[in-house]
Design a protein. Structure first.
Length: 473
């Protein structure tokens, strides 16, 4: 939708609507136009305004599909209220409208009933005429991609005989991204750009894949192309900020992230990433300021992101010796619906270890391991905490016990085992796991090894440099 919202036609429509509203003048719009405006407000995080426009549309067009679908999606995604979403969907007057089928299927997906959604959509396949069939199968595939159901998305794509369509290729590219086949996803979007070089969404997806592969210079270039086409491309501004962050160019990163935040004031990614930039520069007061902004917005618009924000607040308060405040945020994390108590117990142990309470830290780590059945993911979190607090032998001991399957599931463990081996003087083991880390977890490799290598090197160059320079810094 962003492409349409950036179009001249939509901007003129929105300006005319808002101008009329500001002067309390009547301005006739049809249901589709009002729905577009409502969807724009929702996309911007202005949920109350979106609902108000949808209600206006329904007052004039009782039972209209567009505004009811939007209200149902808001009930589903913002309020986590499937029952309300179902009730709103059933108010749609034209139950042969494809969007009615889609919202019914989306409700099923949102409550974890992917197979039921698949069967429901299949039940209408025979009713589709030739004109609707292609759109229907592609829309169904896209819906399953939106909910990361890649197997079902592939199943629906196979029903299409128009694999050359850009929409088909775009959906396939997204599937490859979700399956972590970033090289193939990047190739698909690169081919799409050959056909449509001014499509900013394709440039954004190129950057998205390149960030996932830690190809930061390429991601920055893709963002630059997108922003040259559209200087207010929100995704490009965000990805540019994130790439610059990972290059430790925090000043420029904040500039792009601030522009993103100005365009999407209710989205927490702006203030959260700005906060991390300040924290990484040890400007903890500024970091907390932006974390509090992100926390406030998340409480209103995306409570599912509160866990991440609280975790950053724990880190800041722990690093500044404010133990009670740090533990208080862990208490908040544990009150969230989807909290993993083993993870927060490790985090609690890290606060104690960082603030010189090793006995309490050990109790937390042991409890976390018991809660998780000594899962490799929790073992790794304990090992990272031990390493960060200079318990090198203990960290090395945990990670060196990992087997091949553990490393396959947690490729970033190679980076932490390598750095532990390096600090302990185990050169061969350092090189072995450095090679694995830069190949299988380049982002973690950059984060962990950056102090050892010249700033201009990419992670893919670390191994060769280490071989040639046995006495790293």
């Amino acid at each position: 939708m962003q492409g349409y919202f950036d179009s001249k036609a939509f901007k003129q429509l929105l300006n005319r609507y808002e101008e009329a509203r500001s002067h309390n003048e009547k301005f006739f719009l049809d249901s589709d136009q009002l729905t577009d405006i409502a969807e724009y407000y929702h996309w911007m995080g202005r949920t109350d305004e979106a609902l108000a426009v949808a209600d206006d549309a329904l007052h004039m067009f009782h039972g209209a599909t567009g505004p009811l679908v939007l209200k149902a999606r808001i009930a589903l995604l913002n309020d986590n209220n499937a029952k309300k979403a179902i009730r709103l969907a059933e108010e749609i007057e034209d139950k042969s409208d494809l969007d009615y089928y889609y919202i019914k299927a989306e409700i099923m997906l949102a409550i974890g009933k992917a197979q039921e959604a698949d069967l429901y959509l299949e039940s209408y396949l025979d009713q589709m005429d030739d004109n609707d069939y292609c759109d229907y199968v592609l829309d169904a595939a896209t819906l399953f991609v939106d909910y990361e159901q890649t197997d079902l998305a592939r199943k629906w794509l196979k029903r299409s005989n128009e694999a050359d369509l850009p929409d088909f290729q775009e959906t396939l590219g997204r599937i490859h991204y979700l399956e972590k086949d970033y090289v193939e996803s990047e190739r698909i979007f690169e081919n799409l750009l050959d056909q449509s070089p001014y499509n900013t969404y394709y440039w954004d997806m190129m950057a998205y894949n390149q960030l996932a592969m830690d190809h930061l210079a390429d991601a920055i270039t893709s963002c630059e192309y997108a922003l040259a086409i559209n200087p207010t491309d929100e995704s490009a501004l965000l990805y540019m900020g994130q790439a610059l962050m990972r290059q430790k160019n925090y000043e420029d990163a904040v500039e792009y992230l601030q522009k993103y935040g100005d365009l999407r004031p209710c989205n927490i990614d702006g203030p959260l990433n700005i906060a991390i930039c300040h924290i990484n520069q040890e400007d903890f007061n500024a970091g907390l300021h932006y974390l509090h902004i992100a926390e406030h917005d998340a409480e209103i618009h995306c409570p599912d992101r509160l866990w991440d924000i609280y975790q950053e607040e724990v880190f800041v308060h722990s690093q500044t010796g404010q133990v009670e405040q740090a533990l208080g945020y862990i208490d908040k994390m544990e009150q969230l619906k989807d909290n993993d108590y083993a993870v927060t117990t490790v985090l609690r142990g890290n606060v104690y270890l960082e603030n010189l309470h090793p006995g309490k830290a050990r109790e937390c780590f042991e409890k976390a391991l018991k809660l998780s059945g000594s899962s490799p993911a929790i073992l790794m979190r304990v090992a990272v905490s031990l390493y960060d607090n200079n318990y090198l032998t203990e960290s090395y001991g945990i990670l060196s016990s990992f087997g091949a399957e553990d490393f396959r599931q947690l490729p970033q463990a190679h980076a932490y085992l390598a750095i532990s081996a390096y600090d302990l003087g185990y050169r061969e083991e350092f090189l072995t796991h450095l090679k694995e880390a830069v190949e299988k977890a380049p982002e973690a490799a950059r984060q962990v090894f950056a102090p050892l290598f010249p700033e201009e090197l990419e992670p893919t160059e670390y191994y060769e440099h280490a071989q040639k320079n046995p006495n790293l810094t």
